[in-house]
Structure formats: structure tokens, C-alpha cells
Design a protein around this ligand. Structure first.
Ligand code: AQP
Length: 328
């Protein structure tokens, strides 16, 4: 029996890729590559739902691809491509727009949060989940590994597939979100009640994958904690808990081992050790990133090859969708 699954996930090239993106999503993509058929996508059409400087967007798109390769995404095992290089994404999104009820979209919490206190929010930001549903459904995806914040959008993709299949006949595979237990929601260092986010207005709360060691040390030293004593995993102490989860994930140590290690020690010792552990965890990624980006022609050819592999898969689904709907 063939147990290989089709996996799809995406990440926006909006710059500022952070350790939350890595621990909540990217590392899982890299870890299970050989077991499955994978597509990983730099979702530039999603990034433009908020204004991006055109030259920066181009730069960030390549940077993002370089980071994914550096984090272990292998073109041998996965199709790595840029969303706008495969026009079927935008085309299917329009058709799905005509299937998704407004009420479903209005419930999306990410839109509510991102549009809060902002004037001139684009229609695209509201419609983001329809494009994400298109990304996922085009590839007849079984599983979508994402951080906690994207779960609701994957569920909307699943509901959309079901609704489409009911209306027009069996067309799409029904996808399911796969959320990592630990690390699925890394919080901001400056405010542990808010998730670490690329678009956070305060840089000190976000550990970037390309931060130099001293920047990482400073951010961790200044991370918001509490005045209680004891370095223990206690969700009631959100600042410390978030730092301990990061420590656990970057060192691979067990929770009781970690608590034993810091018995009788204070925040100073813990934060220093955490900073060094994060620096060492990111060092090989940063080295590989420098190698990949030193050869832009190679990077572009990996992305062109990825798009050439993704396109026929996407077009096959789009053709079926058009037939089902009665287009053409
Ligand atoms: N803080 C986080 N902890 C764990 N996982 C996270 N992800 C994002 N933030 C965290 C996961 O990273 C993947 C790629 O994210 P994205 O580019 O699609 O954008 P996002 O979810 O909106 O993430 P950001 O970094 O917070 O960007 P902005 O500020 O632009 O909104 C996803 O799987 C996501 O769940």
C-alpha cells in the first residue's frame, strides 16, 4: 500500500523570517521530506496583500528560498517554487472566491487582527484564505504542516474542498492541518502574550534567522520574564515558558533534564545558556544560507525547476475544476 502523502505548505517572503517560522513550520517540512511528496512554496502573492516595496519583494523572495534551502529543504525530495511563477494559483483562487460564503471569510481571526486599527486594508488581505485554499487544493494535498496561527485557514481550505465537491462532484482531496505540538506558537520576546511575528513593530521581540550572535544575545537578555524564582516549565509564567520551549527545541533536551540543569540558578544563567544554544542552532543554517545566496544563478535555476515541476500538477487540477464548473 502506498502510504506516501502529498504535503504542501507556504511561507511569505515578507522579510524578517524568524525562529517561530523555523520551529513552528520549516523544521517539520525538512524533517519528513523523504517520507512524502512535498511542495514548498514562497508565497509572494500572499505577501502583496499588504504593500511591499517591489525591489524588496524580489530580494526577499530569493532570500526566503535561500533560507528554506539552508534549513534543509532539498530540491531532490521536494518541489520548491515561487507562487507567482505558477499562474494557476491566482486562477483557482478566483473560482474558489465564487464558492466560499462571505460568512466563512468574515470569521477569520487573522484578518480581524491584521485589519485592526488600519485604514485602507486591501481586499486581498480579506481574501487571503481563498488564495491559500487554492494553493493547497491545486496539488490534491493531504497534509498541510503549519504553525497554530494558520490552522483556521487550513480548515477553511478543507471546508471549501468539501463544499466544491458537494456542488460539482468529487474534485479535490480533503486536506488536513498538521500542527506541531511543541513550538507551534512561539511568542514574542517582548510580549509573551502575542505570537512572534514578521510584521511585529518591535524588532527586539523577534529572533531573526539571520540575526548575528550579538543581536540574539541582546534580545534574549532583554526578553520579558517575571520576578519569580525557579526555572521551571509553568504555562502560568508565559515569558519564561516561551524561552524554555525555545531552549527545549534547540537543544533537544527533555523538560525534567532542563529543570534539573537550572535548579538553584537564576534568569541570568538561563538566558546566557539559551542565547548560546540559539546561536549554535542557527549557525549552520546561516553558513549554508551564505553559500546558497552567493550563487544567485543556482538559486534561480532551483526555483525555475521547481515551478516547471509544480505547473503540470497544478494545471491538471485546474483543468478538472474548469470542466466541473462548466468553464470553457
Ligand atoms: N510565532 C510562530 N510560532 C510558530 N509558528 C509560526 N508561524 C508563523 N509565526 C509563528 C508559522 O510559520 C509559517 C509561515 O508563516 P507565514 O509566512 O505564512 O506568515 P504568518 O503565519 O502570518 O507568520 P508571521 O511570521 O507572523 O508573518 P506576518 O507577520 O506577516 O503575519 C506558517 O506555517 C505559520 O503558521
Amino acid at each position: 500500500m502506498d502510504t506516501r502523502k502529498r504535503i504542501f505548505s507556504g511561507i511569505q517572503p515578507s522579510g524578517n523570517t524568524h525562529i517561530g517560522n523555523l520551529l513552528g513550520a520549516i523544521r517539520h517540512w525538512a524533517a519528513r521530506q523523504t517520507e512524502n511528496d512535498n511542495l514548498f512554496c514562497v508565497v509572494d502573492l500572499h505577501a502583496i496583500t499588504v504593500y511591499q516595496d517591489p525591489a524588496e519583494l524580489k530580494k526577499h523572495t530569493r532570500e526566503m528560498a535561500g533560507l528554506l534551502l539552508a534549513a534543509g529543504i532539498s530540491p531532490q525530495h521536494s518541489i520548491l517554487f515561487v507562487q507567482s511563477h505558477v499562474s494557476a494559483h491566482a486562477e483557482l483562487a478566483w473560482i474558489l472566491n465564487c464558492v466560499i460564503p462571505m460568512g466563512w471569510m468574515s470569521r477569520m481571526t487573522q484578518y480581524k487582527e491584521k485589519s485592526k486599527n488600519r485604514e485602507n486594508v486591501s481586499v486581498g488581505l480579506f481574501d487571503y484564505p481563498a488564495l491559500m485554499a487554492a494553493d493547497i487544493l491545486l496539488y490534491q494535498t493531504h497534509q498541510v504542516p503549519v504553525g497554530e496561527d494558520q490552522k483556521q485557514h487550513v480548515e477553511l481550505a478543507r471546508d471549501t474542498a468539501q463544499r466544491f465537491n458537494n456542488l460539482f462532484g468529487e474534485t479535490f482531496t480533503i486536506p488536513e492541518p498538521v500542527i506541531a505540538g511543541n513550538g507551534a506558537r512561539i511568542m514574542g520576546l517582548d510580549d509573551p502574550t502575542k505570537k512572534m511575528s514578521k510584521s511585529s513593530p518591535r524588532a527586539e521581540g523577534v529572533i531573526l534567522l539571520l540575526d548575528p550572535p550579538d543581536a540574539i544575545r541582546t534580545k534574549i537578555r532583554r526578553a520579558k520574564t517575571d520576578s519569580l524564582s525557579g526555572i521551571v516549565f509553568d504555562e502560568g509564567r508565559p515569558g519564561l515558558y516561551n524561552l524554555l520551549v525555545i531552549y527545549e527545541l534547540v537543544t533537544g533536551l527533555g523538560r525534567s533534564e532542563i529543570e534539573d540543569r537550572f535548579t538553584g540558578k537564576g534568569y541570568g544563567v538561563f538566558k546566557n545558556e539559551l542565547a548560546e544554544a540559539v546561536v549554535e542552532y542557527l549557525r549552520p543554517l546561516q553558513t549554508r544560507y551564505a553559500e546558497f545566496t552567493a550563487d544567485p544563478a543556482r538559486l534561480d535555476s532551483i526555483l525555475a525547476e521547481g515551478a516547471a515541476k509544480a505547473r503540470p500538477l497544478a494545471e491538471q487540477t485546474l483543468k478538472l475544476v474548469k470542466e466541473r464548473v462548466g468553464l470553457g
